[in-house]
Design a protein around this ligand. Structure first.
Ligand code: FA5
Length: 340
């Protein structure tokens, strides 16, 4: 019996060394431990053996050896398969990335970047400013004292603590003058809030981009040159503009710069309130009171400022007929600008 077991043990050892898969190990289990397997045969042979106890013990030891070797082999194979799975899951798979849907930049972000690029090329710095400001920043520093009728033009959201939601990017003018002094060239885009009834060209939340240039001998011709350059570079084509007098207490003289509506080509449509023109960029020479309030020497320096309606510019640039689409969160509408 001992010799028989030794022959089987050697055969088992070479078979298990070659069993590379869990299936191969399972086949070995059936061949050795199954009902009709080698060990069952050995047990049947016990009938013809005299020292049954010793032989039985030998068979049992061999059976335990086989069981342990097969169980350990299967566990090792399973651990190996699991770690392969984890490794391959971590692998970067470029084909999966290609199938994924990516978001896109908001058209106002795209328009802002275009403007920034144009102004950066003309030596302007780029500033950020708060959305919650106080009465001084938004009005008083801009030559709009309390009870001035010009306040009515901007229906303001006041907070309980007396602060307010910025109605115009001009609210940053004073802080920027105080921060840099003169000479100065800066643009500062920002979100503005007004309690307005909305229509195709009015939103209660919209973007403006303010710009200021302060230096010696700055005149209206500089203002007109910068406005024209900015618009022709942003739109990359000839567009009709008109300049007409406009009143803002913080500029003197003040102008309204309108753009010929690019949605209807000037014929009149809801996007331009049927006038064929869209108010886009009021501007003017900064009022001496405002310069003085910003700590600028008005004997030496003059400057211009403008308040570009960035959301309206994005409407015209991308042919969006209704300004409300920008804040709608309608992904189908916004995703169209993916490849712009
Ligand atoms: C102002 O806000 C002035 N601060 C602009 C300015 C700056 C004048 C510096 C002179 C010097 P106004 O309220 O007109 O002006 O707004 C400026 C531009 O913002 C408008 O021409 C328009 O393009 C845009 N705008 C104003 N209100 C809305 C609105 N409700 N929805 C969308 N765009 C608006």
């Amino acid at each position: 019996m001992q010799e028989k077991i030794q022959v089987l043990r050697e055969a088992f050892q070479s078979a298990i060394a070659e069993a590379n898969t869990e299936e191969a190990l399972e086949s070995l289990r059936i061949a050795y431990l199954g009902k009709k397997g080698c060990i069952a045969d050995l047990m049947k042979g016990l009938r013809d053996v005299q020292d049954k106890k010793t032989a039985g013990q030998l068979i049992n030891d061999f059976k335990c050896e086989v069981e342990r070797a097969i169980t350990e082999g299967i566990e090792a194979k399973r651990a190996e398969a699991l770690s392969m799975q984890i490794r391959s899951a971590r692998k970067y798979n470029p084909t999966l990335m290609a199938e994924r849907e990516f978001g896109s930049y908001h058209p106002i972000t795209l328009a802002t970047r275009d403007c920034e690029e144009v102004f950066a090329g003309m030596g302007f710095t780029f500033e950020d400013y708060a959305e919650v400001v106080d009465d001084y920043e938004c009005f008083e520093a801009l030559n709009i004292p309390k009870h001035h009728p010009a306040r009515d033009m901007q229906d303001t959201y006041y907070l309980e603590n007396g602060q307010l939601l910025k109605t115009q990017t001009s609210a940053a003018q004073n802080a920027i003058m105080r921060k840099y002094g003169a000479p100065l060239r800066a643009i500062f885009p920002g979100r503005c809030f007004r309690n307005e009834s909305t229509d195709a060209c009015h939103e209660n939340t919209f973007f403006q981009m303010e710009g200021m240039m302060i230096d010696e001998n700055i005149s209206i011709s500089n203002l007109i040159y910068f406005m024209k350059t900015m618009l022709s570079e942003v739109f990359k084509r000839d567009i009709k503009v008109r300049l007409r007098p406009g009143f803002f207490p913080f500029v003197e003289p003040g102008f309204e710069l309108d753009i010929n509506c690019l949605i209807c080509g000037g014929e009149g449509c809801p996007s331009c309130k049927n006038s064929g023109w869209l108010e886009l960029c009021p501007c003017g020479m900064i009022h001496p009171n405002v310069l003085r309030e910003g700590g600028i020497d008005t004997e030496k320096y003059t400057g211009f400022a403008f308040g570009l309606g960035l959301t309206r510019l994005a409407m015209m640039k991308f042919g969006v007929k209704d300004i409300r689409d920008f804040n709608s969160g309608n992904l189908q509408a916004l995703m169209q600008f993916k490849s712009v």
